[in-house]
Design a binder for this molecule. Sequence first.
Ligand SMILES: Cc1ncc(COP(=O)(O)O)c(C=O)c1O
Length: 406
Amino acid sequence: MVCHIARMLRAQKRHISFHTPGHKRFGADITELDYSDDLSDPTGVLALAQADAARILGADASFLLTDGSTCGIYAMLYALRTRGVRTLALPAYAHKSVFHACEALGLIPFLIPQGVEAGIPRQPSLREMRESLARADAMLLTSPDYYGFFPPLAEARAMCTQTGKPLVIDGAHGSHLHGMPAHASAFADMWVDGVHKSLPALTQGAVVSAKGEWAAPLAEGAEYFRTSSPSYPILASVECALKYPRGERAERAAAWAKEQLQALANDDWTKIVIPFGECADGAQASLERRGVYPEFNDGNYLMFYLSPATKVRHIRKLVRLVRGMPRGEVKSEAPVAGMVGFKTMLLPIGEAVGRVCARACGIVPPCVPLVAAGSVVTAGAAARLKKAAHTFGLTDGKIMVYEQEE
Ligand SMILES: Cc1ncc(COP(=O)(O)O)c(C=O)c1O
């Protein structure tokens, strides 16, 4: 398949640049010129690339993004808002961008509870989805999640169709599934594909897509939230990544590695999740000394993120290194719901234990709440927040909690 944007970039003629970007070096990093098209009103290579993306992703309209899935989530929620949605059912452990977009756009979130099993938030059950959807105008699901689990998508679709409510999917981790039954396109009215995470695209490359009547409001959302200076290297890489071969060899090697390493039995081949319990920090340090970097360490598990571009010999090396490593017991702390008040205050992490959290906070990555708003700050969560190199949701290292009546 032709990669239109990359072909255009290769065919450029040298010229003197009196245009942005300021580096003036000329190369793949150009701006919107007469031959390179315009992302907000595409009629040339970008129109061709977006049409191909829509065909590949099973959409009626697709919009290339150089601002990550975050931009796609803002665009989808904006589209919902313009069509009368005021309340949104979403998983308690949704990505922080979903909470931020709700706040920025004035959408009221109804959290779908997620049970924690063996230290990992699990996808919501059908009953929990049904109850939350009954109170909301639309539903957002994450599929797959960072640990490689799918929600019950067919049932969620049926539920939304029966109630006449739109379903949107945060597919930040699912673009490698395009063309397969589990891809978001088979279920959602709008979805985002985080192409840079699970396909070989440059960081920040993503696509947001819609079906039917949602194409027009999503186009407006993309116009509002996309940058007006898109990066051509990222755009070209997204188009090429969508046209990249599926990666069956890496997929087979991943299945073998999961078995060899007694990895978590999840649904998605690109996420190898290995339980190390209290040995997680030691295992991460030992692997990194040997030049092997996992995606994240959540204090229990190391997560290794694969893509169709992962080399089979690297998967074999991972198996060799991890096989003999010590493992500890996985700690699991179920979140406890607390009362929600009105007045909030900031407390140092240690002093917040036992109080009800007022603003979700967690570790980066995975950027899902470690302590969700409305749940009690546990000693375990406080210890992990204190130890984490990067966090979100804290202010000057303090947690926002609800003031308690004395
Ligand atoms: C579930 C989920 N949604 C959305 C995002 C945001 O994606 P991006 O970093 O491409 O903006 C992430 C990022 O990790 C994520 O894990």
